[in-house]
Design a protein around this ligand. Structure first.
Ligand code: NAD
Length: 477
């Protein structure tokens, strides 16, 4: 039954949507300066609220301040700075050349704002993944309604404050809540939906969008593999993998989900990773649980899911070779390495999204490639190798949203690279110019002259002359 509170919220959402619809039409002709003013205000707000952002994320899942600075604050500021520097260039009409058949015309691509956009964010980088897309939406001249994740309530409340401090609801509004609120929003005929979250919910979003033929950007997840080949520099790879896997307590969409290691390197890699885990999180020998640099699992539901995965893989013969300690009351799970997980264990079937790293061996690279190709296309793919032919072969024979050679997760930080998945790991791209394009309609505009034009000669009645022209056009395509 629909309660009074539900009906009131529905009315408020509809009212906000209607106001944004009007404002979006006004924003169509907004220039770069107007958009830059908003982005500068946003940047200023972030700089003056750094402590509050750190505190909110600490409250949500004990995220270390240094990780907040790097993965929530820095990345968003970098996104804003990139837009401040290049927006005028991105907004410019892009001329295209004219084919012979259209002689006398001139054409260009115009980037027009899509209009009223919905941005739905997940909990794992709750500030970054809400504000990053907002930067692109504003840069492209849109209005936006934001829906943060209910699982990180402290960050969600801070985002509500941020939106209230900076914007009129007719331009940017935010609604907190769970599935019910998401569903109310998804029923509206938005001009674009930018969703970051799981493939399962991505499908729900896409179905709802189909109802209004709303375009979507879906930033999803999946199992991102890392290959460590026989030529890899093991000491170097171990530190990078341990950082990429256990930052944010493994709750990263592009964390290496599982390792495929050449059998000749398995023993040295395991030793080096064990050493790196201790070096990063237990340098003072007080135990990893006491480290201020290691975050917690976001909530008990996710803790239980991960704990079940850990039990399941061990029951099916997987061997815990490092870590494995858990404490539900503290939502703590040690960085954990699991050797030889069976293919039918949950850990090799589902996205892990936590601090457990399964490790499998292979004998030749084709085996690793086949294993990756048997699974849905991942969001990221990592190859640690000093042989160019090896990384090249892997890149050519597999498909992934993004790839990184000899490191992991860092490609997220590159402002000039498109970021996103492919099929099950996502549709569309984000960041910088690609984010701007995601929130823009690329309108093809052609200008024709008046009076005599080449194409007028093709109008009916189709005589011998028209036929000759068409024959020539086909011949000289
Ligand atoms: P989720 O899909 O459960 O939730 C994401 C958002 O959708 C939340 O705001 C949530 O309230 C909303 N939601 C949940 N159920 C819904 C429903 N039935 N209808 C409508 N909305 C609903 O994802 P999550 O657990 O918050 O995040 C983890 C997932 O996100 C992982 O799969 C991860 O790989 C992915 N992810 C992807 C990226 C990326 O950039 N590609 C980044 C971070 C996380």
């Amino acid at each position: 039954m629909e309660t009074l509170a539900y009906l009131r919220l529905k009315e408020t959402i509809q009212d906000t949507f209607d106001k944004q619809k009007e404002q979006a039409i006004r924003l169509r002709s907004s220039n770069a300066e107007e958009r830059l003013v908003k982005l500068k205000k946003l940047k200023e707000w972030i700089l003056t609220h750094k402590d509050a952002i750190r505190e909110a994320l600490y409250q949500d899942f004990r995220k270390p301040a240094a990780e907040v600075d790097m993965t929530e604050i820095y990345v968003v500021l970098a996104e804003i700075n990139h837009a401040l520097k290049d927006l005028k260039k991105w907004m410019k009409d892009e001329p295209v050349s004219t084919p012979l058949s259209l002689l006398g015309t001139s054409s260009y691509v115009q980037y027009e704002p899509k209009g009223v956009c919905l941005i739905i964010a997940p909990w794992n980088y709750p500030f970054n993944l809400m504000v990053g897309p907002l930067v692109s939406a504003i840069a492209a001249g849109n209005t936006a309604i934001l829906k943060p994740s209910e699982m990180t309530p402290h960050t969600a409340r801070l985002l509500v404050q941020m939106v209230g401090d900076l914007f009129y609801p007719a331009e940017v509004a935010i609604f907190e809540g769970e599935v019910e609120v998401s569903t109310m929003l998804l029923n509206l005929p938005f001009d674009h939906i930018f969703f970051t979250g799981s493939p399962q919910v991505g499908k729900i979003v896409m179905r709802a969008a189909a109802e209004h033929l709303t375009s979507v950007t879906l930033e999803l997840g999946g199992k991102s593999p890392a290959i460590i080949d026989a030529s890899a520099n093991i000491a170097d790879a171990a530190g990078k993998i341990v950082y990429g896997k256990f930052v944010n307590c493994g709750q990263t969409c592009i964390a290496p989900d599982y390792l495929l290691v050449h059998e000749s390197k398995i023993a040295p890699l395991i030793d080096a990773m064990k050493e790196q885990i201790d070096k990063m999180y237990n340098a003072d020998d007080k135990g990893i649980h006491a480290s201020a640099d290691y975050a917690r699992i976001v909530n008990e539901k996710h803790f239980d899911r991960l704990n079940e995965m850990l039990n399941d893989v061990q029951a099916k013969g997987g061997q815990v070779i490092k870590g494995g300690m858990v404490n539900r009351a503290d939502r703590y799970m040690e960085p954990t390495l699991v050797l030889n997980p069976s293919d039918d264990s949950q850990i090799m079937q589902e996205e892990i999204f936590g601090p457990i790293l399964p490790i499998k061996t292979y004998q030749n690279i084709q085996e690793a490639i086949d294993l990756i190709n048997q699974k849905p296309k991942p969001l990221a793919l990592y190859v640690f190798s000093q042989e160019k032919e090896c990384s090249q072969e892997v890149l050519e024979k597999t498909s992934a949203g993004g790839a990184l050679i000899n490191d992991c997760v860092l490609h997220f930080l590159h402002p000039e690279l498109p970021f996103g998945g492919v099929n099950n790991s996502g549709i569309g791209k984000a960041h910088g110019y690609f984010g701007f394009k995601a929130f823009s309609n690329e309108k093809g505009v052609m200008k024709q002259r008046t009076g005599l034009t080449a194409t007028k000669l093709l109008h009916p009645p189709y005589g011998a002359k028209a036929k000759r022209i068409i024959d020539t056009m086909i011949k000289y395509l």
